[in-house]
Structures are given as C-alpha cells and as structure tokens.
Design a protein around this ligand. Structure first.
Ligand code: NIG
Ligand code: FE
Length: 411
C-alpha cells in the first residue's frame, strides 16, 4: 500500500545518491526540494520530487500544505536504559560540588549502578521504554543505547537484554553498545586491572555469543580508564567482532582520540577538550567525531569546538547522551538548537550533523538519515513554519506535528 504526502512546503535533506556522511564545507549544504511530494511504500521511501511531477496515487493521500518534512533525528549516543534518577546530585552540583567530587563520594555512575543492580529486568524494561517512547515523540527515528550502569556480569547482561527487548518491540532501529568499562566498581577499587580482565575474559565473550551488542565503548578519562586500558578493551572487543565507539576528551585530553583512531573506531564522542593534535589526528579517517551539547549545557563544561573542527575539514555528528548523570534529556531538537546557539553551527550544519552524520556514527547511514529512495520512511512532519531555520531558532519548543517510523504514524 502506497501513501502520498503532497504539497510539502519543503522536503529537507534530500539525497538522490546515497552518501555516508558530510564533512567540512559540505556540511553547510542541506539539499531540499520546495513544494514537494513524497511516496511511502511498505515502510520505505519509494519516490519523491517536485509537485510538478507528482504521481497519480489512488491510495492514501496526506496533504501537508504549509508544513515541512525532514528525516527523523538520529541519536547515535544514549544511555536510555537506566534505573532511577539522580536529581539529588543535580542539587549537590547547584550547591557547589563538582561532577568529580560527587563521583569520588560514591555518587555518579556507581550510584546508578547500585540502583540498576537492585531492580529486576522487567522493572528496568518498564522504566526504559517510557524514555524510548518519549524520544520517538520528540522526532528521534534511530538510536544507539549503551550498557555501562551494570558493572557486574549479571547486571551488564541485564541491561543488554533490555536493549534487545526494546529493539524487538519497537519500530525504531536500535544499535547496542557494550560499555562495561564505564567506571571501576567498588569491589575492584584497588584492582582495576582485575575488572578489565574480567570484562575481557568473561563478559565480552558472553555478550557476543548472545549477539547482544554491535559496538564496544569505554570511558577513556582521567580517574576512569587510561589510554592503555582503552587499547586493551578495544582490542578484545574487536577480536569478538565489536566495533569501537568511545567516550573520550570529556574533561581531559589524554590521547583517547588517537587510541580510537588506531582501533578504527566508528566514532569518538564528547570531545569537549580538543587539542590541535586531536583535530589533526581525525583528518582523513573514517572515524566520526560526535558532539553532545546537552551534556555541556547540563554540566556547564565547554562545548565541543565545532567551528574549529568543521573549518579544519572534519565531519561532525550530534547526539544527546541521554543519561541520568550528565544529560537527563533525550531531546534532539534541543541538541540542534544548542549546536547553533552555543557552537555556532549553521542550521544546515546542525541538521546534517543530527541526521546523516549521526546515522553514520551508529552504522545506519544506509537505512536512515536522509530522504533517499529505499531508506526507511522515518520522518518528521513539522508544524506550519516559515523556513527550516525556525527549527533551531525556536529553542525549547519542538516544531514537530507528527512523527512516522517505517511509514506508520506514531500516535
Ligand atoms: O557520557 N561520561 C561518561 N558517561 C556518561 C555520564 C555518566 C553518568 O554521570 O552517569 C556521559 O556523560
Ligand atoms: Fe555517554
């Protein structure tokens, strides 16, 4: 059955030929068709073009006069599966404690891990599905979700099974990442090497045997895991077929970007602290740098230097980092606005970064991220707006009227 969307004021991010990602100056170009049509068949985009060439379709016709259509947001970095929240730490930070001080007192990731270890898989699923449904309503049409709040074999597998269940039960494409090396659990406080070895010997083989993850991640950061730890984990993950996608340069630049590149990471994420050598190392690689501006906003830490990176010819993707500690928000509309307002990205750059580039950062560039024939019909119909620049401009308000996944309207 075919559905025709007609009189689209502007069809945004139209790519006739499939592309993997856009970099440097290309990021300023956002191809669109004004006064357009779009045809969806069997959950896929089957045709689009200018209204002058609109085909005769006798089946379902939806008139979207005054509204725009753009591909759904792609969110390549989230921690949507977690237990409870940490608003107490939020207040502690308002009262002057730093993220690091809170973590050193047993708060932070360890606090979330304790909560997650205590609840059942069913309860974790119930809490997580609410957040997944929320981000779908906010226009996200593809998402990556990490483990990393379990920190024991049992709890990490519990998280990954919940991700798998979400994948089985929802129309949104989901990629799973194993982040066992997110923090050193208390039991291993004096034996970080032992924890890493346990992950390598026991957990990674089980994760891959049950096909529970696509990617391997680690928090490469002063006070968490070193560059040497990162290389050990990435190498073990790769041996088991897990592709690296890592947390680096959030608070300190210690060479994690280079370690990611060495192990052909699909993406290196956070990058609030970028030295010139880190920017240069990324040039000419297939590793996507990913910025998480809601995290910078929430923690009041520097924003990823997008201007410097894009002007150096690099690509850049945007994602939320939705998690209970540093970013309790999965709103990609806010991410796109914040990228424009705080990182000086143009609306074209931000939309490219939040669609095709973010799709690439989770290996889904052939399925989502642009209006291209054969891709999933995952898209947003906007409210009536004058130009697409209004989307980031009207920060805090989502210009979304309807969302579609695989051609189905999500109510
Ligand atoms: O991506 N930086 C590491 N991990 C998460 C935050 C973890 C937490 O505070 O719970 C992040 O920001
Ligand atoms: Fe993260």
């Amino acid at each position: 059955m075919a559905t025709l969307f007609k009189n689209i004021k502007e069809l945004i991010q139209v790519r006739n030929e499939p592309i993997s990602f856009v970099s440097g100056k290309e990021m300023k170009v956002l191809p669109t068709i004004k006064n357009a049509f779009l045809v969806v068949e069997n959950g896929l985009i089957s045709d689009f073009g200018s209204m002058e060439n609109c085909p005769q379709i006798d089946e379902e016709i939806i008139d979207v006069t005054g509204k725009m259509i753009l591909p759904s947001w792609c969110d390549s970095h989230t921690h949507i599966v977690y237990a409870g929240n940490r608003e107490g730490e939020f207040v502690d930070r308002i009262n002057g404690l730093s993220y690091e001080e809170i973590a050193n007192r047993g708060g932070g990731i360890l606090n979330s891990a304790k909560k997650l270890q205590e609840i059942s898989e069913e309860e974790l699923y119930q809490q997580s599905k609410v957040r997944l449904e929320e981000v779908i309503q906010l226009g996200t049409g593809a998402v990556e979700i990490k483990s990393g709040y379990g920190l024991t074999e049992e709890a990490e597998l519990k998280m990954l099974r919940v991700i798998k269940r979400l994948k089985d039960n929802y129309l949104i494409p989901i990629k799973a990442t194993f982040l066992g090396a997110h923090a050193v659990p208390l039991e291993y406080k004096e034996n970080k090497e032992g924890y890493i070895q346990m992950l390598i010997d026991d957990v990674i083989p089980k994760v891959t045997k049950e096909k529970l993850a696509d990617y391997i991640d680690i928090f490469c950061e002063t006070g968490y895991f070193s560059v040497a730890d990162t290389e050990l984990i990435l190498s073990a993950g790769k041996k088991h077929g897990l592709i690296p996608k890592i947390h680096v340069n959030q608070f300190t630049a210690i060479g994690g970007v280079q370690a990611g590149i060495k192990f052909d990471a699909l993406s290196v994420d956070h990058l609030e602290e970028m030295r010139n050598e880190d920017i240069n190392a990324l040039k000419g690689t297939q590793t996507m740098p990913v910025a998480l501006p809601s995290c910078s906003y929430f923690l009041s830490i520097p924003y990823t230097p997008a201007r410097k990176m894009i002007d150096a010819g690099l690509p850049l993707a945007l994602a939320t980092d939705f998690n209970p500690g540093s970013t309790p928000s999965g709103n990609m509309n806010f991410v796109v606005s914040t990228a424009c307002i705080k990182m000086k990205m143009t609306p074209e750059e931000a939309i490219n970064a939040a669609t095709i580039n973010s799709a690439y950062a989770m290996g889904l560039e052939n399925k989502v991220g642009s209006i291209t024939k054969g891709k999933l019909a995952n898209f947003i119909i906007t409210k009536p707006i004058n130009s697409y620049g209004f989307i980031p401009y009207s920060f805090g308000v989502n210009q979304i009227e309807k969302v579609f996944l695989k051609g189905k309207e999500i109510l």
